[in-house]
Design a protein around this ligand. Structure first.
Ligand code: ATP
Ligand code: MG
Ligand code: MG
Ligand code: MG
Length: 485
């Protein structure tokens, strides 16, 4: 079943259950505290909180999502994309658990000829929040699901909250598919996340989050005005199961770019099962290319352009990582133009703006490649020298060296980190950051001194600086502490 057919069935099913079909919002959310739309619920937050009255009590959508938090998983797990589509159904003070759970069951297990997804009920597993007896009852009594395939877990796994105090929160119940013993150990979702693939999260959104950190260490401030439902199913994850492929990257909307990466590099994808075989690393690279190119196309399509901060920096990093992966596959000539074209062909049917706006998308992607290839050309030899020297001394690459690469060659720190790591050398990142900070302090003092007619006021500048936080790059750019368990 093609991805487009999955989304059509989803929307038809929930429409038949009285839900209003709401088009996907942009990847770039209106909320400045959220860098990207990371889940189907993001556009509906004001309705959950009761800040705005929802124009419908039941809604369904296929929402475009970007999760930068998952970038490092891409290509290595079977199930994580940076860009993916989340199918959702939502209730704003209308139905609650008693309907949300049976809806999910019906859609997943109804036969294909009846409009369902025809999953084998014996392969499904369920998790619930440890104290949520209500959900346990609905699963076992209303649905008839076997109690021995329900696992209870704590806040980290079965509780969702929007990262900041004041956001909606609630316990959830997740549905997993057992791919079979060849994928991992027995024991259900608690034991193995590669064999038991998480496909659908049903969140019972009924509380307001209070103070606290992260996913599992926060207080509950009180109840929301209404009890709501927020669910999210990974469209590509279901596609991977229904298409009988091994992972996210082999599904119909992603695979074409992977094949193009294989063709361009002359490497065979999936050529070996032996983990020691270096071609396995090549498989990861091809998967990274397929995801990052698609994600970049979708981001540019929603108006993001490469830059050194915020959303633009995420895009820059995605494109550069794809280019790096192609180089590690042995392709040094520019290929981004060809890769984005293939992705456009795969995505343009579902997202017509990608096809219509493609010349602009390609132009932006190719310009980024050009500038990155220039950077690589100038800095790689120097980096390699430093790495070899550090290795022979048995030391890590110094902060000063990383700083010089940045300052003289425009070599970004993440590239230094990645390339050094590949060579088995660590980098004194704190040393690098301290030097960056010093440089900024100096620059500020200089410009202040100029204004004040050459008086040395650097001491004041460093005082002012002391209160500022340092830029920590992509890892802390988003409010993705909100991502569910
Ligand atoms: P996982 O534990 O596998 O990382 P999650 O618990 O972070 O998933 P949720 O926040 O519960 O995911 O999101 C709801 C659904 O969206 C998931 O059940 C999954 O099907 C899908 N999903 C989440 N993250 C991704 C991703 N990076 N790529 C593809 N699908 C995803
Ligand atoms: Mg989840
Ligand atoms: Mg999870
Ligand atoms: Mg996750």
């Amino acid at each position: 079943m093609k991805t487009e057919e999955i989304t059509k069935r989803w929307l038809d099913f929930f429409e038949s259950k009285g839900h209003t079909v709401v088009p996907s919002a942009s990847l770039v959310s209106n909320d400045p505290s959220i860098m990207f739309t990371i889940a189907g619920m993001v556009p509906f937050i004001p309705y959950f909180l009761g800040e705005q009255k929802a124009p419908y009590r039941r809604a369904t959508s296929i929402q475009k999502c970007i999760r930068t938090l998952d970038i490092d998983e891409v290509g290595k797990t079977a199930r994580h994309g940076t860009f993916f589509q989340m199918a959702g159904n939502f209730s704003f003070g209308d139905y609650f658990k008693e309907k949300a759970i049976p809806f999910a069951w019906e859609l997943l297990t109804s036969p294909l000829e009846k409009g369902g997804f025809g999953l084998d009920p014996d392969r499904l597993w369920v998790t619930i929040f440890e104290t949520d007896d209500e959900s346990f009852e609905i699963w076992t009594k209303t649905v008839g699901f076997p109690a021995e395939r329900i696992q209870r877990m704590g806040m980290k796994d079965n509780y969702w909250s929007a990262g900041q105090p004041g956001g909606p929160a609630g316990p959830d119940s997740e549905i997993f598919y057992d791919r079979g013993p060849e994928y991992g150990a027995d024991g259900g979702p608690a034991a193995d996340d590669n064999r038991y693939i998480e496909i659908w999260n049903l969140v019972f959104m009924q509380y307001e989050r209070g103070e606290g950190i992260g996913k599992d260490d926060f207080e509950i401030r009180g109840e929301l005005p209404t009890k709501n439902i927020d669910t999210g199913l990974g469209v590509e994850r279901l596609a991977m199961l229904l298409q009988g492929v091994e992972n996210f990257y082999e599904t119909d909307q992603v695979r074409a770019v992977l094949d193009k990466a294989a063709e361009l590099s002359g490497k065979e994808y999936g050529g070996t099962e032996d983990p020691a075989d270096p071609r396995n690393a090549d498989d990861v690279r091809m998967r990274v290319v397929s995801d990052h190119i698609r994600s970049s196309v979708m981001l540019i399509g929603d108006g993001v352009t490469p830059s050194n901060e915020g959303r633009g920096y995420v895009l820059r990093r995605l494109l550069r990582r794809a280019i790096r992966a192609m180089r590690l596959l042995g392709v040094e000539r520019p290929v981004v133009g060809e890769l984005v074209e293939v992705s456009k062909d795969a995505m343009g049917g579902t997202y017509p703006n990608i096809a219509e706006d493609f010349e602009r998308i390609r132009r932006i992607a190719v310009a980024e490649e050009k500038s990155f290839l220039r950077t690589i050309a100038s800095g790689t030899a120097r980096l390699e020298e430093s790495v070899v020297a550090a290795k022979s001394r048995g030391e890590s690459l110094s902060g000063a060296e990383a700083f010089a690469l940045h300052d003289t060659y425009g070599f970004p720190i993440d590239l230094t980190l990645e390339m050094a790591e590949e060579a088995g050398v660590s980098v004194d990142e704190n040393g690098f950051r301290a030097l960056m900070q010093e440089q900024r302090t100096r620059a500020k003092a200089d410009s202040l001194a100029k204004k004040l007619g050459g008086v040395d006021v650097s001491a004041y500048a460093s005082l002012r600086e002391a209160g500022e936080t340092f830029f920590t790059g992509y890892t802390e750019l988003t409010s993705e502490s909100s991502v569910r368990g």
